[in-house]
Write a protein that binds this ligand. Structure first.
Ligand code: GAR
Length: 206
């Protein structure tokens, strides 16, 4: 049976709660994506268990045997993505910096979720930095991935208040709840407004 759903692959490194949110959304009949593969660079990523429990193919592509050869690691990822027939890739807590090799191969078709309101707080430790900066509003962003970290076109954002007595944990928890809502919503919109071309290697976003 052919499906009109777009095959989407997920890249994870750990807990996989955003991957879980996407997997659950994609299980809905009217959601425009089906998750065709979950790849982790970390063999012990908890997110792999969730995917397997849902019957989704998983693959561990550990970066460590590749040592410093990041491109060779990404070539292995690219082979897996192509074999799985992925048309769109969602980074969901994938904690490795990508080289131009993968970002260019998936230009316009690779999304990432970041735990801050970009362009504020790119990089790591976003909640700690938001608290230190004294911002009153914080949140998360889904954006297209480019060669520059956390810089691609913003596709959607969700904001939360920062309270006086917040800790890193309480703030992270508030943001994460929004991440789980935002990512499926943005992916749905992305696929229905800008369905990926079956033939082209990149997608133009109007
Ligand atoms: C999420 O908060 C995600 O936004 C963040 O890592 C966490 C992964 O959690 N991603 C980044 O910081 C990417 N730079 P999850 O594995 O439970 O989805």
């Amino acid at each position: 049976m052919t499906s009109s759903k777009t095959p989407v692959a997920l890249l994870i490194s750990g807990r996989g709660s955003n991957a879980t949110a996407l997997i659950r959304a994609a299980a809905q009949k009217d959601f425009p994506a089906r998750i065709c593969l979950v790849i982790s660079n970390n063999p012990t990523a908890l997110g792999l268990n969730v995917a397997q429990a849902e019957g989704i193919p998983t693959q561990v592509i550990d970066h460590r045997p590749f040592r410093k050869d990041r491109v060779a690691h990404e070539e292995a990822i690219q082979n897996a993505l192509i074999n799985a027939g992925a048309q769109v890739v969602c980074l969901a807590g994938y904690m490795r910096l990508l080289t131009d090799f993968l970002t260019q191969a998936w230009a316009g078709r690779m999304l990432n979720i970041h735990p801050s309101l970009l362009p504020s707080f790119p990089g790591l430790h976003t909640h700690e930095r938001a608290l230190k900066a004294g911002v009153r509003i914080h949140g998360c962003t889904v954006h297209l991935v480019t060669e520059i970290m956390d810089e691609g076109r913003i596709l959607g954002q969700a904001a939360v208040p920062v309270f006086i007595h917040d800790t890193v944990e309480s703030l992270a928890h508030r943001v994460l709840i929004q991440e789980h809502l935002l990512y499926p919503q943005v992916l749905r919109h992305f696929l229905t407004q800008h369905p990926p071309s079956l033939t082209g290697s990149s997608l133009l976003i109007a």
